[in-house]
Write a protein that binds this ligand. Structure first.
Ligand code: MG
Length: 382
């Protein structure tokens, strides 16, 4: 069980909810990191008194250093700061709640110190899943997923002694705000439409990914890496109510699922207390007031991003990193209202066509694939 955490990405949605769990469970915080939110970071640092506070942005870190000058908290910036936070001696668990590829190097650094990783940064596993899981195995570092679907699967697999007994993993997918629409109907959807998620409150990037269903595509790859399963054993099903968080079917036909209210604090809390559970009644699911639970096939013709991700999941190599990098850049452009909704899959496809792919990539190949994919998107926008 976790006692002291380093929290990477403390001002985002998962980061803030992690700090609520930290308060509930009475944990201590060794380090906090964020991108550039000086005000919120100052507030969090004063409440949780970490030894280290990091803002990735150097100017913001300088401002924070001045503001915290009456405390003993050390302030750092940049990738160096993130890695220092990820490798803090006194932290037993590193929560990786940063968004995007920037989480990769700090996660690898934490793994090399044998920390437990409460993993909420799916891009890390999507781009470099094999490297991350190999490193974790070598260092004896536990990886406990925080993503709700992967936490559900992780919980269903407690007691499974032989991975070969798994017939398939089934990730549930809310369908997002545009469920039921055709490709043409999606064309004029704006960021304001996309940011209205029916069930979950999340950051902007993942909310757009949920609207395009790229999020489910990323999660299929994340599950393949976490559980070392081929693409043929991982699928997704639409489940609009977000009550069944995912399922595992075993070779004897038995199917296990984890159910609960859609509240990210449950998987966060489990990642902290695993292999135990903490008492917590407010989030209990009332079966008698549940809506009927329904399941449907996702529409990959309308939601092109899911089809693209399925293809990359099959191909492997650097294709997942190219897809992820291009998607991050395209979602950024969509949030700045520079492109339309259907331009997101189109730009990801453009990057996959343009960037040469490498099989069995090393870390350098993955970082390069990510860089070239973003560049392909940016140059296409000009
Ligand atoms: Mg999820």
């Amino acid at each position: 069980m976790t006692r002291n955490i380093a929290l990477l990405g403390s001002t985002g949605s998962i980061g803030r909810q992690t700090l609520e769990v930290v308060r509930d469970l009475g944990l201590t915080v060794a380090a906090l990191t964020a991108n550039s939110s000086v005000d919120l970071m100052e507030q969090q640092a004063r409440e949780f008194s970490p030894r280290l506070a990091v803002l990735y942005d150097e100017a913001a870190a300088n401002e924070l250093r001045v503001r915290l000058s009456d405390t003993k908290i050390e302030v750092l910036s940049g990738m160096e700061g993130l890695i220092a936070a990820a490798t803090m001696e006194e932290a037993d668990t590193v929560v990786t709640a940063v968004v995007g590829m920037i989480g990769l190097q700090p996660t690898l650094a934490a793994i090399s110190r044998g920390k437990r990783i409460a993993l909420a940064n799916k891009e890390t596993l999507v781009c470099a899943g094999e490297l991350v899981m190999d490193a974790a195995q070598r260092a004896g570092a536990e990886i406990v997923p925080v993503d709700s679907e992967h936490s559900a699967i992780f919980q269903c697999l407690q007691g499974c002694r032989d991975q070969s007994e798994i017939r398939r993993l089934i990730l549930t997918c809310s369908g997002g705000p545009f469920y039921g629409l055709s490709y043409d109907e999606l064309a004029n959807k704006t960021k304001y439409d996309a940011l209205k998620h029916p069930n979950w409150t999340m950051g902007a990037k993942i909310t757009v990914d949920s609207a395009t269903l790229m999020n489910k595509g990323l999660e299929i790859i994340e599950a393949m890496r976490l559980y070392r399963l081929p693409h043929s054993k991982v699928s997704a099903v639409i489940h609009r109510q977000s009550i069944v968080h995912s399922l595992v079917e075993f070779k004897d036909g038995a199917m296990l699922a984890q159910l609960g209210t859609p509240d990210m604090k449950l998987p966060i809390r489990y990642a902290m207390t695993y292999p135990y559970r903490a008492e917590h009644t407010p989030t209990a699911l009332d079966l008698l007031s549940c809506p009927p639970l329904t399941f449907a096939q996702p529409d990959e013709k309308a939601f092109r991003c899911l089809a693209i991700a399925q293809k990359c999941a099959e191909v492997g190599g650097t294709s997942c990193a190219v897809m992820n990098g291009a998607n991050e850049a395209a979602v950024g452009a969509f949030l700045r209202e520079e492109i339309g909704f259907n331009d997101i899959p189109a730009l990801v496809e453009t990057a996959l066509d343009r960037v040469e792919q490498v099989s069995n990539p090393a870390l350098a190949d993955i970082l390069e694939a990510d860089r070239l994919a973003r560049q392909a998107v940016v140059s296409h926008l000009k």
